[in-house]
Each structure stands twice: as C-alpha cells, then as structure tokens.
Write a protein that binds this ligand. Structure first.
Ligand SMILES: [Zn+2]
Length: 273
C-alpha cells in the first residue's frame, strides 16, 4: 500500500482492515498489550497516530508506554507541565500532538506549531542516532534538475518521489521547487535540539520565495506576537500534504520553505482517530 493510500485510509475511512491487521502486533504472551486499532479508544489518539504512521517501529502501547520494535519502551506522556519552549526542547511523544495542524490558508493561531515538537529519542531510533548512522541509510531522489539525499525509512524517499511526480503536472509551480537543502545533521540555531533536517526526511524549497518568522520579526522571542507572511501557493502545499509532509507555513512560527515528512501529524488531525 502506498503512503497516500495509507493516509487516505487514516483520513477518510474506518474500513482499512488490511492496514490494521498489518499494524497489529498483539503479543500473545501478554494480553494487556493493546494492538493498533484506529477505533480502540483505550489508546490515546496521538499514540494511535504514531502506530499507524510508523508501523515498522511502533508495535504497541501499554500503560502509557510505546512499545518499539527494537525493544525500547518509550514513555508516552511524562506527565510534566511544560511551557511552550520546554515542549519544543524536551518533547515526549504526547507533546508532539499539543497543537492543531490547521489546513486552511489562514494565519496559524498563536503558538500553534503542530509538528515543531519532536520526541528526539523516537526520531533518533527511527532515522539514526548520529550523523553517520542517518547518512549511511540515505538514498538519492531525483528532484527536477537536482539529486537530493533523503531517507528511505518510513517511505519518506518514495513519498518525496511521489511529490516530484505529481508536481510535473504543474508547470506554474516550477519556480518554487529549487532545493534549499535536505539532509543536514545540525542543532536548531540557538537551541540544543536537533533540526528536522538531521533525520533526512525534510526538504527546504524555494528559499528566495519563502518567508521565515524571524526574518519578518527580527529579535522576537518564541512567545511574542508576530506578523505572518507567505508566498507559497496552496496547490504546492497540498501536494506535499497528500504524501505525508507537513508544511512549516502552517506554524505560528512560520518557515514556508520547510516540508517535513510527518504522517502522524496529518493522521492525528484527521477525523478518524
Ligand atoms: Zn527546513
């Protein structure tokens, strides 16, 4: 099943039984492990979204814990009250769903940065725990006249290829497609957390047609009120979203060149979970 088909199932249907069977990893020796089931309300919606989005890594949920394929038991909700910046810098899996990903053309609501919180431990387990570990798995993706390095893990590279294929039908979008970079193992400027570019599942495009919250609001802090700006066409954004990418232009702290493979955010903000 392609990712867009999976997203379609997760977003629009309750009857995707093949997917649910694939994703279910109920351990027979331990009946208290709850299997992946998009109608199972015993599992928090965010945990269900993660299981649907990353079935090769997240095999189950039990007692506030995500059960990972490598045996790791990852605490889902650490129970701590966190400020906006603490959620960014020290997100547990539950914090990744603290904000709504609003798919309208409007200015995002104050501090609504759905997807900017990333549980670093989970992403390091999935994509690699060091620059070398991420890099050794990367593959080339043909991106118009460029070749980009991207991770094949979780179907990210195939999803980017599907975006490129679809974009060929939109000649008016070509001026926005020049890459501004994909893989880049680095910390977020001024912070101690890794950038999403570190994991190889993120691409910046159309830098000269892009807007970034700090460019228009220099010197502002994360919790200050800021002005919004965007020049990216909505058709372009929708194509990426159809293939599992979230767009930085939907963040209050907007970064309109930034597209990040985060199917769990799109699934969570659908109606079926
Ligand atoms: Zn970026």
């Amino acid at each position: 099943m392609t990712l867009s088909a999976v997203l379609f199932c997760a977003l629009f249907a309750h009857c995707c039984t093949g997917r649910e069977q694939n994703a279910s990893k109920e351990k027979t020796e331990d009946n208290s492990v709850i299997s992946v089931n998009s109608s199972d309300t015993r599992i928090p919606p965010g945990a269900r979204a993660l299981m649907v989005a990353y079935p090769h890594f997240i095999m189950g949920y039990k007692n506030n814990t995500l059960l990972l394929a490598d045996g790791t038991e990852l605490l889902y909700d650490d129970g701590r009250e966190k400020s906006f910046e603490e959620k960014l810098n020290d997100a547990d899996p539950e914090d990744m769903f603290a904000y709504i990903y609003k798919r309208t053309g409007e200015q995002p609501d104050y501090l609504q940065d759905a997807g900017r919180c990333r549980c670093e431990k989970l992403f390091r387990i999935m994509y690699g725990d060091s620059e070398a570990a991420v890099r050794q798995k990367l593959v080339q993706v043909e991106w118009f006249r460029e070749k980009l390095l991207f991770t094949p893990i979780n179907g990210a590279a195939d999803s980017l290829r599907a975006v490129a294929q679809e974009l060929k039908d939109y000649p008016t979008l070509q001026p926005y497609l020049k890459s501004g970079g994909s893989f880049n193992w680095r910390k977020v400027r001024g912070a101690n957390r890794l950038s999403a570019h570190s994991y190889g599942m993120t691409i910046d495009i159309g830098v000269s047609q892009s807007d970034y919250w700090l460019w228009k609001n220099p010197g502002k802090r994360e919790t200050d009120k800021i002005e919004y700006a965007n020049r990216m066409p909505s058709e372009l954004v929708k194509i990426f979203e159809r293939h599992g990418f979230i767009w930085g232009g939907r963040w209050y702290h907007y970064d309109t060149m930034h597209f990040e493979f985060r199917p769990e955010i799109l699934i969570y903000n659908s109606t079926s979970l």
